[in-house]
Structures are given as C-alpha cells and as structure tokens.
Design a protein around this ligand. Structure first.
Ligand SMILES: *Cc1c(COP(=O)(O)O)cnc(C)c1O
Length: 350
C-alpha cells in the first residue's frame, strides 16, 4: 500500500506509524521521563539495551541527537573524533559536535564497503604533543548511508574496537539503520556492536516509528549521557506516547526488513537494465539503491526525479548525476516494479 497514492522512495523516514503503533501510543502508560518515571520509556530503553547487548539505553528525539549526545559524553572540548568523510555525522548533522561541544574531527575517506581502513585510522591518530588535539573517539556508521546502505561486518567492527581500545580510544557506532545491517548479514544486532562503547539507532526510519532513536552504552556512560541530553534540550516529559511506538517497532518491524531489501534488489536490477543508468549491484545490500545518470542522457538527476514525480514516483537527487531510492514498509513489490518501469520509460523516451 503506498501512501497518498505516491511511491515515495526518497527515504525510509517517509514511513508513518502502523495501526498497531497508533493503538499502543493511545494506550501507553506515561509519567515524567525527566524524573525517570515514564514506564513505557523505561521499557523501551531496557529492550533496546538488551538487543544491543549493552547495559543501558537512553531515548532521544532523533539520530542526530543520539550521535551528538554520545560525542558530548565521550569527548571534552578540543578532543578529536576520527570519522569518515562520507559519514552522516560529518556531512549531515550541522557539525553539532563542533558547534555545541567544541570537539574537533579528523575525516578520512570511507572505503567503497563503508569501512574506514585501519591503516588510515592509524595514520590519523594523534601523537602525544602539546600542539595536537587528543584523539578520543572513532565513529563508524552501519549501514553506511552514503556508500550505498552497505553493511559493516562484526569482524570488521571487532578489529576497529580492538585497535581503539588498545590505544585508550573509544568507538561509537552511528547505527541509524543497524537493524538493516543485522538482517542483511543474518546476524544478531549485538554482534555488530560487540565491544563498542556506544551505539545510536533510529526507530523512525525503516522501523516505521514516528519519532525517536535510542542511544545505548554502559550504565555509567548513559548516566552522563542523560545530563547531556538535558543540555541539548532533549529531556522530554510524557515521552511514553512516542516510546510505545518504538516498542512495537522493535517487536514487529525488524524481521520484515528483509522484504525491503528484496524490493531494493528488484528495483536495482531493473535500473541496471535501463540503458544510460548505472548501478553498482554489489553495494545494494539493504534497502538503498544509489544510481548514476549517464552524461549521455539529455537530463540530469534533478530533472529525472522531476519527471519521475509525474509518474507518481518520488526519489532524491543527491548529486548532479546521482539519485537515491530507498525502500520501506509502505513500498510493495508492485510499487518497485512500477517504479522501475516508470524510470525506464522516462529514460527511453528521452
Ligand atoms: C538519518 C541518519 C541519522 C540521523 O537521524 P535523524 O533521526 O534523522 O536525526 C544519522 N546517521 C545516519 C547514517 C542516518 O541515515
């Protein structure tokens, strides 16, 4: 079933709460969460921590807030975070860690598989020197959005964690879509964050909740993080009405992500067969399809998206010749078939 008769592939943030979520939201038991007295928020936080194999969780309003609070908690002013140049945190979070926290960052290129090469991390490490900022944190992203929604493996993450901990550095995982990674790799999500010091994941994307993310870590870390959440204005009150949807998201919306992945693959294969469009199928591992519009075609990415919208298909142009299409629970198999046909028709008719 598509929403408002539009096949909206711009983002999995277009998902709206399911009927079960709306029911749970209406019935949610609530209290003042700043006093720690919202039972529904507490339940969600415990569930999230349990899934991540960590001690505690903290409900935050967004992935951006979760990442910011994590960085404020791990780092002091003048500390440095090593992160990917193509990471969401570097590119799309308003530089909050610098703006709010006075925290510096060192960007290194992401590899095509979304990872940061260990050699590059080693080269970015600061030596003990009065001139240098202090390397404090490594930030990984799983799935890696800009690199195609690719999934980082447990083996890779463990390597980074071992490298970091041997040097007294911490690891945060921006796991906005970490459940997509777990489903794609057929592993438990806790394996993907094993040993990491913190993780943020979004309830509001493929998991279809209307609002919210959870930051997880040790008890001591979350106690400090709660203060930083307050600092950035994230202390919400009867937030149980939102957390109730998050609980349904974790209970009912995780395993079905496999469907979104199958739909993305179907769409990608259709696009790959359309002359003038290029898609790297090896990177279509989860619910994202990034593809390129050949310079030989008489229109660019923005124009192709405009024309697709006339066929009731919405996509996002993310570069002059690059387009992103994302599948989610409101997109059916018929929808992606129709979208693939519409794209082909636009390209063929020039
Ligand atoms: C969406 C996203 C975020 C931020 O989440 P919001 O809830 O939109 O603030 C962080 N990291 C990645 C990789 C994302 O895709």
């Amino acid at each position: 079933m598509s929403l408002n008769n539009v096949i909206d592939l711009r983002s999995d943030t277009m998902t709206v709460p399911t009927p079960a979520m709306r029911e749970a939201m209406a019935a949610a038991e609530v209290g003042d969460d700043v006093f720690g007295e919202d039972p529904t928020v507490n339940t969600l936080q415990e569930m999230a921590a349990e899934r991540m194999g960590m001690e505690a969780g903290l409900f935050v309003s967004s992935g951006t807030m979760g990442n910011l609070v994590a960085m404020l908690t791990h780092c002091r002013r003048g500390d440095e975070i090593i992160m990917g140049r193509q990471s969401h945190t570097f590119a799309h979070e308003r530089g909050g860690y610098a703006a709010v926290g006075g925290i510096h960052s060192c960007q290194i290129d992401n590899q095509p598989d979304g990872t940061l090469a260990l050699d590059d991390i080693a080269a970015a490490m600061r030596s003990e020197d009065d001139h240098h900022p202090t390397t404090r944190l490594i930030n990984l992203e799983n799935t890696h959005n800009a690199m195609g929604g690719v999934a980082l493996t447990p083996t890779y993450t463990r390597q980074v964690v071992e490298f970091a901990h041997a040097r007294g550095i911490r690891v945060h995982i921006d796991g906005a879509r970490i459940f997509n990674a777990a489903v794609a790799l057929g592993v438990e999500v806790r394996e993907l964050v094993a040993g990491a010091d913190s993780v943020t994941f979004c309830l509001s994307k493929g998991l279809s909740a209307p609002v919210g993310s959870v930051l997880c870590g040790s008890k001591a870390f979350i106690n400090e993080a709660r203060k930083n959440r307050k600092l950035v204005g994230g202390g919400m009150r009867q937030a149980g009405v939102l957390a109730a949807a998050g609980i349904i998201a974790l209970e009912q919306m995780v395993e079905r992500l496999a469907e979104d992945h199958a739909h993305a693959r179907l769409l990608a294969e259709s696009i790959a067969q359309t002359p003038g469009l290029q898609v790297d199928l090896t990177r279509v591992q989860t619910n994202m399809v990034y593809f390129d519009v050949s310079p030989d075609l008489p229109f660019d990415a923005a124009e192709l998206c405009r024309r697709a919208a006339h066929h009731r298909v919405k996509m996002l142009d993310v570069g002059a010749r690059r387009i992103r299409a994302v599948t989610h629970c409101w997109i059916t198999r018929e929808d992606v078939i129709e979208a693939g046909q519409a794209i082909r028709q636009i390209v063929v008719s020039g």
